[in-house]
Design a protein around this ligand. Sequence first.
Ligand SMILES: Nc1nc2c(ncn2[C@@H]2O[C@H](COP(=O)(O)OP(=O)(O)OP(=O)(O)O)[C@@H](O)[C@H]2O)c(=O)[nH]1
Ligand SMILES: [Mg+2]
Length: 378
Amino acid sequence: MAETNFVDYVKIFAASGNGGAGSTHLHREKYIPKGGPDGGDGGRGGHIILRGNRNYWTLIHLRYARHVYAGHGGSGSSSRSFGKDGEDKIIEVPLGTVAYDAETGEFLAEITEDKQEVILLKGGRGGLGNWHFRTATNQTPRFAQPGEPKQEKTIILELKVLADVGLVGFPNAGKSTLLSVVSAAKPKIANYPFTTLVPNLGIVQYRDNKSFAMADIPGIIEGASEGKGLGLRFLRHIERNAILLFLIPADSKDIEKEYQILLNELTAFNPELAQKKKLLAISKSDMLDAELMEEMKKELPENIPVIFISAVSGYGIPELKDMLWQAVSREKENPVNILHRPLEVKHIQKDDEDSEFEDNEEGFESDDEDDFYYDVEE
Ligand SMILES: Nc1nc2c(ncn2[C@@H]2O[C@H](COP(=O)(O)OP(=O)(O)OP(=O)(O)O)[C@@H](O)[C@H]2O)c(=O)[nH]1
Ligand SMILES: [Mg+2]
């Protein structure tokens, strides 16, 4: 997928529909001079609904949908006719999408399953018609309820890529190369930092038709949690990975120190990340001989399972898959749930950031549908 097509943040102004007014109609008919009240109820205003769709993998289809309005409920009318309900507006999103209130940063909802629906903004209830209000003392009520007003809100949708395993490492550690070897994904690989600018997802096939998803996340550097390098933008994708696989190359000068720097950046971003299950792979081990490997084993970080691998020679790759599969299965039985924190103000992007895009109230359209689908290349 082209880098510009990876959209993981959109801000949308949304409004549900007003409820329709109840009717105050009084029945009139030839020979029935006082027919009494027969005003029907107003219809419900349309809801704004968020729905999971596993075929989407970014929010790019919403990039132009700056405004989303649901329909208003129709008014009630004579002969106790109900007003029509307003049309609901459904916003389809990829799994892993989180909605926040753009003004307060408050967490509103998360979508993790296909076809899961959440009402973000409720349509107003329709008002009751005068027919409901007739009493012994007032046979001809000339009043009815107005419809309930709509709700409106600016909403931020953020995507946190849902993967079983997330790759965490400095730029150039060999993350994309590993993904390309264990899955059918074809991320860009090169011998310079920040080759990967957006997360890539691959499906790792394991024995007996089992599989798990692995995400290659852009490289992290010291200070990423304060915005250095590609910064905060991609750290949030790590939050939704079940297992974190740290990758540090065999030619690193101090593996223990590099591991600590990476860990610090993650926990500075979100302290709860410390609780995630972690594994460490020493990548590019084809550059080591047996003797050197033994030497290095004495100085590895403690409290984390370590494995030597080489994506180039294939060394340690089957064992790595075993370790990951076991960790993923165990994690699924007993998941560590990261709580939803409000969106911090520093994470809220400014409005003008993608001002090159014009408002388009029609919303939802785009020129190239194919870009939106997340392709599981097998
Ligand atoms: N010798 C050796 N080189 C490797 C291995 N894996 C990756 N490399 C090389 O390391 C360089 C960086 O690899 P990438 O996979 O692009 O690294 P990355 O971690 O994705 O880097 P960014 O996307 O920039 O964060 C490339 O030149 C790869 O060919 C390996 O197992 N052995
Ligand atoms: Mg890369």
